[in-house]
Structures are given as C-alpha cells and as structure tokens.
Ligand binder design. Structure first.
Ligand code: CAA
Length: 380
C-alpha cells in the first residue's frame, strides 16, 4: 500500500517508526503490567511535533496532513496502544478542536503548549448517565455574570489524572436541548475540580482513565470555546477526527498481531514442519493480512476526505467500525496461531487482544457508528 503515500508521508512514517521502536517498545509490557503512565515518552513526542501533528506550525504543531497523522498513530500503536490513545486524544480531540474553534488568545494560551507536548489535554463528554446518548449530559455550566459555575461528574476520562487542561461539555440552558450545550476549557488545578474514581482497565492499561468531579467550579467567560450553544457540534466534529485516530490505533494493533503471528508460525515446528507450512495457518494469515489492509484503506479514505476539506463523518464512522471489528478478529487469530503460549504473558499477543477490545467502545461504540452510517445512507 506504500504507493498510496507521498515521499513526505513515508518520511514521517520512518521517523515515528524509528522513535516507536527505540523509545516506546522497550518498556511497553512493563508499563502495561504496572499501569504506569508514559510521561517521559509524551515529552519526547512533543519535541518531535507528534503531539500536534496536524496543528499549524505557527501554533507549535508539525503542520502535517491527516494521512500523516494516521501513520503516526498506527506506528505508535503497533508497539504500545496506550501511548497511541494518549497521543490520539491530545491531537484529534484537543489540538484539532482548539485550532478550529479557539480564539487567538485561547490558541496562544492552550493550543501552543498542547501541540508542543508541554501540556496534555483530556476530553470530558461522557457521564455516568450519558454515554452513547451524549446529548443527555447533566453537568451544568450556569452563567454567573463574570463567567460560569460548573457542577457535575464526568467519567471515563482518558488522560484525566495526568492532563493539564480539560475540554469539558456542559449544559448552559437545558430547555434548548443540544443547542443549550457549551464547550469549556478548565485548567487542571481549578478550585472545586477533583479526580474521582480511577478505572482499572482490561487493556490500554498504561493510559489513564478516571472520573472528574466538579463542585462549583468557577471559570471566566474567556474559557468558553466558540458561542454558548456550540458545544454539542464541537464535540461531534472533534469525535469525527477522533474516530480516524482510533481506527488508526486499531490498524496498528492488528498489524503488530499479524507480524507476531507470522514470525511465530515460521518458528514453531509441529508434525515435523513449521506450522506456517500448513494451509490452516496460511489461510488465517492471508485473511488477517487482507483485513488489516482493508481497514487501512478506509482509514486513508477518511483522512484524505478530511484533508480535502469535505465533511467526513460517515467515512470516519466506517473506518472506526471496520477497523475495530477487524482488530478483534485479527488479534484473536494471532493468539490462536500462538496456541498455549499466546495465552500467557510470555508473548505480547495477549496484550494486543486486551488492547483491541476498547476500540469497539470508546469514541462511539460500534452500534453508534452503524447508526451514523445508516442515518447518512437513508438521508440521501
Ligand atoms: N458534525 C457536525 N455536527 C453534527 C455532527 C457531526 N459529526 N453530528 C451531529 N451534529 C449536529 C447535528 O447536525 C445537529 O445539529 P442541528 O440541531 O443544528 O441540526 C446536532 O448536532 C444534534 O445532532 P443529532 O440529532 O445527531 O444528535 P443525537 O442526540 O441524535 O446524537 C449521536 C447523535 C451520533 C448518537 C451522538 O450522540 C454520538 O456520537 N454519540 C456517541 C458519543 C461518543 O462518541 N462518545 C465518546 C466519548 S469521548 C471518548 O471516548 C474519548 C476518550 O477519552 C477516549
């Protein structure tokens, strides 16, 4: 599939692959085991421009296209899906949104540090009673003359404990439904904001995920992004880009599983021959390779649509749906090819299967992606 990439994109891939191999891969299993957040790696990624891949250079980013961004997330996720997720949230949900909707002051204050890896962002949409039904959020931002007082609880917040800023969605006027939701930037150390329950997850264990409790959190008007009722639209457009990032993460995990299964199949001897010589294994590997490449094509398609400036909601949903479904199949087959050892922690394939599952859940479940695709199909 290299013929689909420009020389510049291949150069980006070479750079991130080298970094991922040298700096991210070595501690990945240990970080997973200890649930250890990769702070140092994020700083280094920031120096290389990978915390704001598509952010303009004047705001501290690398100024690259969306296809390059997918390569960055895929390559990082091949060695550590937790790092892939953290970088994806900061890029697609935070930097991308700040650049699109922020004022010049907001960009100076929050975008530049986020894109250069000096600050880390978290996206606070989900709540205990508002997951797939994002419009039903209960957190309120009550105007108080100078700004807003925010009260509520957000949950499943990626980067929640380690971030510096939260991009948070809250209802400013419940009578207006989705038109009554605002988007706000809340610095980490704001009075009244505290970290709640830390989730102990099945996979992506070195990324951090927790709830955030807001008790009378006062923020000035300048911390509101765009107009007061724009919050829901901002969240949805952010998630369109986010879903391309998660699809890229899934492709990365699946490619790693395929590579490991191939290596193992060539080494493992049974019935007097490497198991790669048996058609049962060859057919599995062939299907896995085809699925990984098909998902990657959908990722490039969605990213290219974004690069060309059109709305890419459906393409992003298709890429995420297909890639997350694919990565489950591919990691399961990779583990099956490994047999008994695949089920142990002696081989990385069990981590890949654990990491894969969440791609069907976060940034919109597979059911929500089907809903988005079907709605667009039936609208025409
Ligand atoms: N782009 C721009 N605008 C959009 C949009 C998009 N992709 N999707 C919806 N909108 C607009 C609509 O046009 C509509 O605007 P008007 O009222 O002006 O017409 C408005 O938003 C309301 O849209 P809907 O009628 O579609 O709203 P809905 O209540 O039916 O919900 C939904 C739609 C697709 C189900 C949405 O709620 C959704 O995506 N749910 C999933 C939530 C989700 O993905 N959560 C992820 C949590 S974050 C996370 O996981 C991050 C992490 O840390 C890893």
């Amino acid at each position: 599939m290299d013929h689909l990439l420009t020389e510049d994109q291949k150069m980006v891939r070479r750079t991130i692959r080298e970094f991922a191999t040298e700096k991210v891969r070595p501690g990945a299993a240990e970080r997973d085991e200890k649930e250890e957040f990769p702070t140092e790696i994020l700083g280094q990624l920031g120096e290389l421009g990978f915390m704001g891949v598509t952010t303009s250079e004047r705001y501290g980013g690398a100024g690259l296209d969306m296809v390059s961004y997918t390569l960055v997330i895929e390559e990082i996720s091949q060695v550590d899906a937790s790092v892939g997720l953290i970088v994806s949230v900061n890029n697609s949900l935070i930097c991308n949104t700040l650049e699109k909707y922020g004022t010049e002051d907001q960009k100076q204050k929050w975008l530049i540090p986020s894109a250069t890896g000096k600050m880390l962002g978290a996206f606070c949409l989900s709540e205990p009673d508002a997951g797939s039904d994002a419009a039903s959020i209960q957190t309120v931002a009550e105007p108080d003359g100078k700004g807003y007082v925010i009260r509520g609880t957000k949950n499943f917040i990626t980067n929640g404990q380690h971030c510096d800023i939260y991009l948070l969605f809250a209802a400013t006027d419940r009578t207006k439904g989705v038109q009554g939701i605002g988007a706000f930037i809340i610095p980490r150390n704001t009075e009244g904001l505290r970290i709640g329950k830390k989730e102990r997850k099945m996979g992506i264990r070195s990324s951090d995920c927790c709830s955030i409790v807001l008790e009378d959190v006062h923020i000035p008007k300048e911390n509101r992004l765009a107009d007061e009722g724009m919050g829901f639209k901002i969240a949805m457009t952010a998630l369109d880009s986010g879903r391309i990032g998660i699809a890229s993460q899934a492709v990365g995990v699946a490619q790693a599983a395929l590579d490991q299964a191939k290596t193992y199949a060539k080494l493992r001897v049974q019935f007097g021959r490497p198991i790669a010589e048996f058609q049962a294994i060859q057919f599995k590997l062939a299907d896995m390779d085809m699925l990984v490449n098909a998902a990657r094509m959908l990722v490039y398609l969605a990213a290219t649509k974004k690069d060309r400036g059109g709305r890419f909601t459906t393409e992003a949903a298709m890429a995420k749906l297909f890639a997350s479904d694919m990565v489950i199949k591919v990691t399961q087959e990779a583990l099956q090819i490994h047999g008994g050892v695949g089920y142990t922690k002696d081989y990385p394939v069990e981590r890949l299967l654990r990491d894969a599952k969440v791609t069907e859940i976060y940034e919109g479940t597979s059911e929500i992606q089907r809903f988005v695709i079907a709605r667009s199909l039936l609208r025409d």
